[in-house]
Design a protein around this ligand. Structure first.
Ligand SMILES: [Zn+2]
Length: 268
């Protein structure tokens, strides 16, 4: 909400859309609606496995679920139905919100889970591959804590920790060695879209309509005007992620995280 108030263009970078559809057993469409989203929340308490798999949780959003006792106008009767969800607008930046803050019905108290989550380096969707490039962490309890961000620099492909005014190279680089990353502090996972066919290439591929010669060699621009396309990420070797941009990403991420916590506390 803050981002949309500050800049609708900037908020578009994070904006996708989900289409929810409920169909009867004869595949008549009972409900179909498309809604925008800026983050996708993942409930960490929906399995009892020792650690939570973000990849599985992400896929679960798009699995169809059976529904009982839904009235279909075309069948003119109450029928069994299935509800499904699909992403119809793929945001250039996909943010997953790990729902660490919850309300315990048994104890009637709010709580924060520090459940370990297994974070995948990339997520596959129908149209795009999303590559993790930033994690916002929350350290502490429900009532008090601290936010940091772990961000991979585009310049040297190295992960850095952003802790208030202190920025340092992460000692144990994410996904190093094992190719996996587990975290009990991760709160927001920020993924950047790359073209589907080039999932293994770390540098986003050239789009057909652009060439190096047609763009300034030091361009760092992320074009955000077109909803339908992913950002045209800089491919020049001289491309640098400037400190102001990193700072802006950190500030916006932390503001969004704080807002989500405040809303969670107010509305529960
Ligand atoms: Zn029907």
């Amino acid at each position: 909400m803050i981002l949309r108030k500050i800049s609708t263009r900037a908020s578009k970078v994070f904006q996708g859309a989900l289409r929810d559809t409920t169909k009867c057993s004869k595949r008549h469409i009972i409900i179909a609606e498309t809604n925008p989203f800026w983050t996708l929340p993942l409930a960490l308490n929906d399995t009892h496995d020792s650690s939570y798999s973000v990849e599985t949780g992400f896929k679960r959003i798009f699995q169809s679920k059976p529904l009982n006792g839904v009235y279909c106008n075309e069948c003119e009767e109450t029928t069994e139905a299935t509800s499904g969800c699909e992403m119809v607008v793929f945001p250039p930046i996909l943010t997953l919100l790990l729902k660490k803050f919850d309300f315990d019905d048994n104890t009637r108290t709010h709580s924060k889970t520090n459940r370990r989550v297994h974070v995948p380096p990339a997520l596959e969707t129908k149209e795009k591959t999303y590559e993790l490039y930033a994690v916002v962490n929350h350290i502490g309890s429900l009532r008090g804590g601290h936010y940091t961000a772990t961000i991979r620099s585009n310049e040297d492909r190295t992960w850095y920790e952003f802790d208030d005014t202190h920025v340092y190279k992460v000692e144990e680089q994410l996904f190093d060695g094992t190719g996996t990353y587990n975290s009990s502090t991760a709160y927001l996972l920020v993924y950047r879209a790359s073209a589907k066919h080039d999932a293994t290439n770390q540098i986003p591929p050239q789009t057909p309509n652009t060439s190096h010669s047609s763009r300034p060699p030091d361009s760092t621009t992320v074009e955000i005007g077109n909803d339908e396309s992913s950002p045209k990420l800089c491919k020049s070797p001289t491309c640098k992620m400037t400190p102001p941009r990193i700072a802006l990403i950190v500030i916006v991420s932390v503001l969004v995280a704080i807002l989500i916590v405040v809303l969670a506390i107010i509305y529960r």
